[in-house]
Design a protein around this ligand. Structure first.
Ligand code: CP
Ligand code: NVA
Length: 305
């Protein structure tokens, strides 16, 4: 997979459908032990927001590859005291082999990538969460044996996770339906991009009707109603998002073989009931595990292992 060597992964659309399929295949090979890879390279984690899954899955993935990880917490590095990103990026470039950044503005991530030569990975911005979507695609493929033609319904806030699902689903030939309150819809530029990427005959639906989205869908997906950085809006959002809650009544409209996914962390009885989270169709723990396998394959590809 040499053509991914040295590349950045800032948006899910940075990879072609073939490249995404190759990363997913490598992830499956690594997960099943059909392949082992070794490196002594060093990953830097620069996270401006909290993280459990992304932080730990990237770290364990790198340790299992034989490499090392440095936690570049902005609270104890100079970038958190105002050293310009352009300077920080050029210095980190001289020490590290690969860098994962979790931040707010996509532009800041792009600046890290622009000023460094090492691969830079988007570990979540306000615009996208492409690493999450690699793991989601791996999980969906495991459950249904394929991605093309599978219908995914996302309910909730049309921001980072929804954006990457829309684009990633469109790239891989899935039908993607997003049901959000009208004022919390996806970025129109992302929708236009997804429509352009979508193969003829596949569905891209943006609606404020949760039932229309869920009807006969195979994957029902949700995320928190107030993302990191929006906590002060959480209470105001509750009544607006209430009818988008994934519960038994809504799930009954889905395909009988349908599964439930959530990027986590979850707020039970808000975006999803405990009954669905803990129910027989929930695949959220497999999905969380797959973060590690997908990111191991991603780093191996970008490092040319
Ligand atoms: N899904 C996800 O990215 O989780 P963390 O915020 O815990 O990394
Ligand atoms: N939309 C959520 C995803 C967290 C993994 C957030 O941005 O906080």
């Amino acid at each position: 997979m040499k053509k991914l060597t040295g590349r950045d992964f800032l948006r899910i659309t940075d990879f072609s459908p073939t490249e995404i399929r190759e990363v997913l295949e490598l992830a499956a090979e690594l997960k099943e032990g059909r392949k082992t890879l070794r490196t002594q390279q060093v990953l830097g984690l620069l996270f401006y927001k909290a993280s459990t899954r992304t932080r730990v899955s990237f770290s364990v993935a790198m340790y299992q590859l034989g490499g090392q990880v440095i936690d570049l917490n902005p609270q104890v590095t100079q970038v958190g005291r105002g050293e310009p990103i352009a300077d920080t990026a050029r210095v980190l470039d001289r020490y590290l082999d690969i860098l994962a950044v979790r931040t707010f503005a996509q532009q800041d991530l792009e600046t890290f990538a622009h000023y460094g030569n090492i691969p830079v990975i988007n570990a979540l911005t306000d615009l996208e969460h492409p690493c999450q979507i690699l793991a989601d695609l791996l999980t969906i493929q495991e459950c249904f044996g394929a991605l093309a033609g599978v219908t995914l319904a996302f309910l909730g806030d049309g921001n980072n996770v929804a954006h990457s699902l829309l684009l990633g689903g469109a790239l891989l030939g899935m039908n993607v339906r997003l049901a959000t309150p009208a004022a919390y819809g996806p970025d129109p530029a992302i929708v236009a991009e997804a429509q352009q990427l979508a193969a003829p005959g596949t569905e891209i639906l943006i609606t404020d009707d949760p039932r229309a989205a869920v009807q006969d869908a195979q994957v029902i997906y949700t995320d928190v109603w107030a993302s990191m950085g929006q906590e002060s809006e959480a209470n105001d959002r509750l009544p607006i998002f209430q009818r988008f809650q994934v519960n038994e009544a809504l799930f009954a409209q889905a395909d009988p073989q349908g599964i439930f996914l959530h990027c986590l962390p979850a707020h039970r009885e808000e975006e999803v009931t405990a009954e669905i989270m803990e129910g027989p169709r929930s695949r959220v723990w497999d999905q969380a595990e797959n973060r590690m396998h997908a990111q191991k394959a991603l780093m191996a590809s970008l490092l040319g292992l």
